[in-house]
Design a protein around this ligand. Sequence first.
Ligand code: C2G
Length: 129
Amino acid sequence: PRTVLTYGTFDLFHVGHVRLLERLSALGDRLVVGCSSDEFNAIKGKTCVMPYEDRATILRACRFVDDVFPECSWDQKPLDVQRLEADIFAMGSDWTGKFDELSAYCEVVYLPRTDGVSTTKLKNIVVER
Ligand code: C2G
């Protein structure tokens, strides 16, 4: 099956994530997501509201996602592409150009981000008591 591979933290799962995963799933028959582990997020300098298990469970519940595995380092992508026999590696446009070296293994695609929504924005919404 034509396999699409992407990675991300997917904290506070929101419509920007859904719209990306929806478009990615339309590029092939199977969409596999490398979900950043809590330890890797610390390396990325990101603090998450939700722990890995919750973020992975939510991703698995998404109709567009076929499988989820942990992303633990920056340099596991070539191995993942080969292990999963991915045909396409794709990310949102904030990553444009950053993973072009993967074109040695598969197609590399960057899709436009969804403006106006982000985990950071959601985190900063103060809930009035
Ligand atoms: N995204 C989007 N629109 C938004 C927010 C995010 O399309 N409004 C996309 C991002 O471009 C990314 C994916 O959703 O492709 C996941 O976003 P994050 O959870 O912020 O992922 P990130 O921390 O960028 O991790 O090795 C790659 C990293 O793990 C990517």
